[in-house]
Design a protein around this ligand. Structure first.
Ligand code: KIV
Ligand code: ZN
Length: 518
């Protein structure tokens, strides 16, 4: 049976990164884009170039380094956005402009346009984009709540104006699978010119139906799925790339479609996105959760030992989990570490390996066996050389009688500062010490601890989310000492807050009538 190809459009770096607190640094975006390209993603939505200088630079750099993937940028329905987007993506071997406007009654009210005025704007902006770039995607935002006749009308206008892909977003995660399939089918049947373009589906997961809706849309005729790694995205997130890709692979018997994704690269990119976004993957998350391939109950283990197909519908290796994994220990040398990291998808340069090796030896001294997950935590420590704040030393006194005391030395802009602070528990005392050394107005929004591996000598991974004046940053760290990991994660979040750029124009509204101004 020949299978039709479904294009995978990844928007981790745009819709995913837009999730409050998921901001990534420039280098992290470049790295994720490279991983997406290598895993076979067809189109990478690299950002929203008009939103900030940082977004523009990231999209331009990703475009310049792209190998196989088409690089796409987002633009609202005005010439300024579209020009800025083109300036960023034009460096790519295969560039795409993605322009959108909200077409439902609720969304038309935002720029205060009536149906005819909006139709005219769609015509003009898509034409403008197409004059710059051969590859133009157009989205009627909130399509699933747009009046059907109006949706057909504006899709036809966009196609006539030169759009090559029409994306149908379920912006608020409202639609259900039968409707998702039917909507695409209806557009293909009714809109003149629909057979000359590709329909895409873009689903949000507010009702937990994003994956089902995306697959249903493919049944209805869509040939591009928009998704993010780990389902990262605003509110309940977007369709998870790993879920749709694995569903199409495992259930090819009833869904005869292929993707170009090398599924063995899924696990590494999932872990990397979790680290850099600061959004950990839930343990029981499909495909990439820690428990997705764990069979702990007695009956399951018995069945698995006899025949793994008893309870497994896909092999761990298919998503990049190595089957048997021998731990390293304190006698393991640099070559063994290099080989293990390479097996895990991390080919480090000599100076990076040197750095990781020092941290590995330090960990191996404190922990008998160093597992893959421990190594991953070591490799993905996200401290940067130019961080303004660095933890130099920490000693905490705990006990049944409070308050607990934290003695800390922290480097601030190159100068060591020492303090002692008390608190309600060791973590509180530690965070108070940081604040005593570096006063800040940031509010702690989330503090989360999880064990990397099993055993009492396991490393703890700590995630911290902080907010200051509407800006949000997350920090992560791992250490066998939970309080040290907490201090480092807290300082990491503060460092990120300090460098975080303000996003000046990321709103979705297209207010004002001067959309033709460039
Ligand atoms: O959810 C949405 O509608 C979007 C559009 C910008 C495509 O992300
Ligand atoms: Zn979206």
């Amino acid at each position: 049976m020949t299978k039709e190809k479904v294009l995978i459009f990844d928007t981790t770096l745009r819709d995913g990164e837009q999730s409050p607190g998921a901001t990534m640094t420039h280098d992290e975006k470049i790295e994720i884009a490279e991983m997406l390209d290598e895993m076979g993603v067809d189109i990478i939505e690299a950002g929203f170039p008009i939103a900030s200088e940082g977004d523009f630079n990231a999209v331009s750099a990703i475009a310049a380094q792209s190998q196989s993937a088409t690089i796409c940028g987002l633009a609202r329905a005005n010439y300024k956005d579209i020009d800025r987007c083109w300036d960023a993506v034009k460096h790519a071997k295969s560039p795409r402009i993605h322009t959108f406007i909200g077409t439902s009654e609720l969304h038309r009210a935002i720029p205060n346009l009536n149906m005819d005025e909006m139709a005219e704007r769609i015509h003009d902006t898509v034409t403008h984009a197409r004059n710059l770039c051969d590859n133009v995607q157009w989205s009627p935002m909130d399509a699933t709540r747009t009046e059907e006749d109006y949706l057909c009308r504006v899709v036809e206008i966009a196609i006539k104006a030169g759009a090559t892909t029409i994306n149908i977003p379920d912006t608020v995660g409202y639609t259900a699978p039968v409707e998702s399939a039917e909507l695409i089918r209806m557009l293909i049947n009714k809109v003149p010119g629909a057979d000359s373009i590709i329909f895409a589906t873009h689903c949000h997961n507010d009702l937990g139906m994003a994956t089902a809706n995306s697959l249903a849309a493919v049944e209805g005729g869509a040939r591009q799925i928009e998704c993010t790694i780990n389902g990262l995205g605003e509110r309940a997130g977007n369709t998870a790339l790993e879920e749709v890709v694995m569903a199409l692979k495992v259930r090819g018997d009833i869904m005869p479609y292929t993707t170009g994704i090398d599924t063995r690269k899924i696990m590494n990119i999932s872990r990397r996105v979790a680290t850099v976004s600061g959004f950990p993957v839930q343990f029981n998350k499909a495909i990439v959760g820690k428990n997705a391939f764990a069979h702990e109950s007695g009956i399951h283990q018995d069945g698995m030992l006899k025949n793994s197909e008893t309870f497994e519908i896909m092999r761990p290796e298919d998503v990049g989990l190595s089957g048997t994994s021998l731990p390293l220990g304190k006698h393991s040398g640099r070559a063994a570490l290099r080989a293990k990291l390479s097996e895990m998808g991390y080919d480090l340069a000599d100076n990076q390996l040197k750095d990781v090796f020092v941290r590995f030896k330090d960990l191996a001294d404190r922990k008998k066996e160093v597992f893959d997950d421990d190594l991953l935590a070591l490799v993905t420590q996200n401290d940067a050389a130019d961080d303004r704040l660095k933890l130099k030393s920490l000693r905490v006194v705990c006990g049944t009688e409070g308050p607990q005391t934290a003695d800390m030395v922290m480097e601030v802009d190159g100068t060591d500062i020492e303090t002692s602070a008390t608190g309600d528990g060791p973590v509180d005392a530690t965070f108070n010490a940081v604040k005593a050394i570096f006063d800040h107005g940031a509010r702690l929004q989330l503090y989360q601890v999880s064990a990397v591996t099993e055993g009492t000598d396991a490393q703890a991974t700590v995630s911290v989310r902080m907010e200051e004046d509407g800006r949000i940053a997350t920090g992560q760290s791992a250490d066998t000492d939970t309080v040290v990991a907490s201090a480092k994660a807290y300082i990491n979040a503060l460092n990120r807050l300090l460098v975080r750029r303000e996003k000046s124009a990321p709103g979705y509204d297209v207010k004002g009538v001067s959309y033709k101004d460039t």
